[in-house]
Ligand binder design. Sequence first.
Ligand SMILES: CC(C)(COP(=O)(O)OP(=O)(O)OC[C@H]1O[C@@H](n2cnc3c(N)ncnc32)[C@H](O)[C@@H]1OP(=O)(O)O)[C@@H](O)C(=O)NCCC(=O)NCCS
Length: 152
Amino acid sequence: MSKNTTNYSIKLIAPKDTYSVRHPVLREGRPIEDCIFENDDLETTYHVGLYSQNKLVGVVTYMKNNTPLLETKKQYQLRGMAVLKECQGLKYGNALIHYGENLLKEKGITTIWCNAREIAVPFYEKNGFSIIGKPFNIEKIGLHFTMQKDIQ
Ligand SMILES: CC(C)(COP(=O)(O)OP(=O)(O)OC[C@H]1O[C@@H](n2cnc3c(N)ncnc32)[C@H](O)[C@@H]1OP(=O)(O)O)[C@@H](O)C(=O)NCCC(=O)NCCS
């Protein structure tokens, strides 16, 4: 069966909606509670979902949070970026980042940053992010790199 890259839609979703994608992609084999991030429920947090044929297949979360590595105060952290395995490589990740950037631009945010898993660094680089600071280890997940992108 050919993969459909065009028939999708993107919208803001509720925090708990993210779990069905976060769980298999980012927390496989762990309790569902591990999918809950601190500050998921804050009004300033945005959860973005990508639907393909009416099924949620990709998610990303944007949180108002500052890293000491950046001086700008108008920054947001990208978290929980995930696309279901069977839908990876269809540019859905690109589309989720693009949607988030437009949303945050409208709100006057100048910089997005994230702690990227080593395996995802090339994906963020393709989307205009650069590594800042030193790599660090997150227990049970592995080596991470802080990356940033100026959006205006
Ligand atoms: C990383 C992830 C979100 C990317 O989403 P995706 O929909 O598969 O990626 P896309 O199809 O939009 O790819 C966008 C670009 O990044 C590239 N890319 C994606 N993953 C890559 C990888 N692991 N290595 C190298 N390049 C990669 C693609 O080739 C594409 O490049 P192009 O635009 O020049 O053709 C997805 O693969 C995923 O959920 N991975 C597992 C979870 C994860 O690692 N999340 C990130 C946590 S920090």
